[in-house]
Design a protein. Structure first.
Length: 178
C-alpha cells in the first residue's frame, strides 16, 4: 500500500528516475532501506538546504506513520527485482579499480555492501546517484553529524579525499561489478 507513494518518484518497479533525482531502489537490502527511511523521518537526512532531493524525500518518509509502516516499505523494496540502471558516467576504469581498493574495506570487493558496517551495496543503484552522494558527503551535505549518522560520518572523510575525476573513475569501475 505505502509503496504507491514511493513509486511516484522511484518508479513502479523501483527503477529510479533521473529527472526527479530519485535513485533506483529495487532490491536494496531491507536493513539499508529501513535505515535511510528512518534517517529521513527523524531529520538525520533531508534537512540540509543544499540537499534538494533529500528535502523532497523527508516528507515522504514522515508520511509513514509507524515503524511498522517503515518496515513494510523496506521489506517491499528489498523484495523487488533489481532493475540494472543504465550507465550515465564515464571514467578511467583502471584508475577506478586502483582507487576502489579503499572502498572495498566497507562495501566489499564486489560492491555488494556490508551490513555490520552499514555500508550499502553500490552495484544496485544509479551511477549519477553515487556521484551526487559522494559530492554531498564531500561538501558536508550528508554525514556531517557523527552523533546522529555514524555510518555517514565515516563516509564523509573518504569522499573528501576524492577529486571529481577520481569519483567518476571509481564509479565507472563499480559499474563493471554489476
Amino acid at each position: 500500500m505505502w509503496f504507491r507513494l514511493c513509486a511516484a518518484c522511484h518508479g513502479d518497479r523501483g527503477e529510479g528516475r533521473l529527472d526527479l533525482a530519485a535513485p533506483a531502489i529495487a532490491g536494496l537490502p531491507e536493513w539499508y532501506v529501513l535505515a535511510q527511511l528512518t534517517k529521513f523521518r527523524d531529520g538525520t537526512r533531508g534537512t540540509h538546504p543544499q540537499d534538494v532531493a533529500g528535502l523532497r524525500m523527508r516528507p515522504m518518509a514522515r508520511s509513514l506513520p509507524t515503524d511498522e509502516d517503515l518496515g513494510a516499505v523496506a521489506a517491499y523494496v528489498a523484495a523487488l527485482p533489481v532493475q540494472p540502471p543504465p550507465p550515465t558516467i564515464t571514467g578511467d576504469i583502471a584508475n577506478g579499480e586502483r582507487q576502489y581498493v579503499v572502498c572495498q574495506a566497507c562495501h566489499g570487493p564486489d560492491g555488494r555492501g556490508n551490513q555490520p558496517l552499514m555500508a550499502p551495496p553500490l552495484v544496485k543503484t544509479n551511477d549519477w546517484y553515487l556521484l551526487t552522494q559522494l559530492q554531498n558527503f564531500k561538501r558536508g551535505v550528508r554525514g556531517a553529524d557523527p552523533a546522529r549518522d555514524t555510518a555517514g560520518s565515516m563516509m564523509a572523510p573518504m569522499a573528501a579525499a576524492l577529486d571529481e575525476q577520481t569519483m567518476r573513475d571509481v564509479i565507472a569501475y563499480i559499474q563493471t561489478l554489476r
